[in-house]
Design a binder for this molecule. Structure first.
Ligand code: ZN
Length: 331
């Protein structure tokens, strides 16, 4: 499998060469109560070459600039070096595999072809949101340390790296203060945020581990943890940036995995308040499990937190440069 960093560079090279298949031109078919596209037609439109899997229940495409691997009945796919969670499982019907049309337009196309996102792109102000704070401690680790300490520390380091790169950064809190969830999107709007990045650490069973990055579930789709196949939901404020959300999540998630070697829990979907109500592209990073002894020990190490912060900043800068590069092309 190709390394995430190499892939990000190659994706941009691909975009710069002008390869820009339009997901609208892939024929859709009515199956299982939804609109689906056949994997062969998707691969053809996205210039992914031929299927290398030799297995009727899998499909694997790999070119010098892109990688896609899917499996029947699975919602998790491999897309350019990282796991992405689809809104619906891959279907096996009529002798081929099918992907929901929304998953092509809202997940696969924006990652394979960020050129499609370039119109009116600008990124001047980044809002960093250290999760929790004050009376809201967040997750409690095995050591007794709490999430709010680490989120603020990592956010400050990310801010410092971004400031070094000449980017304006504002933190939703820069001290151990109670900051209500509902106030954070309003804070972003008031400070002219062009992207919003919320930083958290996870909790779960003792064996749960890895990094996951969330962006808002598209309207009508099921969130990653939702066992129901499909949901109807009205579009939220944050759905205006579905395509940029997933591209930003992809850039940051790939960078954090590359820097830490953590288990890839994927780019996931949820309707978290801070993602739903924010007035610009937004992601939420869960940078490891404080309830997992190995991961908590890593998070307690300042060198590890610094590495994680540098990776988050690097992912944000890759996203920023991609939009700027692409904007210049489309001026
Ligand atoms: Zn949290």
């Amino acid at each position: 499998m190709l390394r995430p960093r190499a892939l990000i560079v190659s994706i941009l090279a691909c975009a710069a060469l002008g390869a820009s298949p339009d997901p609208q031109i892939v024929p859709q078919h009515r199956l299982a109560g939804g609109q689906y596209v056949a994997i062969r037609q998707l691969a053809s439109a996205c210039e992914l070459g031929r299927d290398r899997s030799h297995n009727a229940r899998r499909a694997e495409y790999r070119t010098s600039t892109a990688e896609l691997a899917i499996e029947a009945d699975h919602r998790d796919i491999h897309l350019n070096g990282v796991v992405h969670w689809l809104s619906a499982p891959v279907l096996a019907q009529r002798g081929t595999l099918w992907i929901h049309a929304d998953d092509l337009s809202k997940t696969i196309a924006p990652v394979l072809h960020p050129l499609l996102l370039a119109a009116n792109a600008s990124l001047r102000t980044i809002i960093l949101d250290p999760g929790h704070g004050g009376a809201d401690t967040g997750a409690r680790g095995l050591s007794g340390h709490v999430e709010k300490e680490w989120t603020l520390d990592v956010a400050r380091h990310v801010a410092s790296r971004l400031a070094d790169a000449g980017v304006r950064v504002v933190l939703t809190r820069d001290a151990d203060t109670t900051t209500p969830l509902e106030g954070r999107p309003a804070f972003c709007l008031a400070h002219g945020g062009d992207i919003f990045v919320s930083i958290h650490f996870n909790s779960g069973g003792p064996t749960a581990n890895g990094i996951e990055t969330y962006c808002l579930t598209p309207a009508g789709s099921a969130s990653t943890e939702d066992p129901n196949a499909r949901h109807r939901n009205d579009a939220q404020v944050g759905n205006r940036w579905d395509e940029r959300n997933v591209w930003l999540a992809h850039c940051v998630h790939a960078a954090t995995l590359s820097a830490t070697g953590a288990v890839d829990r994927g780019v996931r979907r949820a309707r978290f308040e801070v993602l739903r109500d924010v007035n610009c592209p937004a992601i939420l990073i869960e940078g490891g499990f404080l309830t997992n002894q190995t991961e908590e020990q890593q998070v307690m190490n300042p060198e590890y937190r610094n590495r994680l912060a540098e990776a988050i900043a690097k992912g944000i800068l890759i996203y920023k440069r991609s939009l700027e590069t692409l904007s210049r092309r489309t001026d």
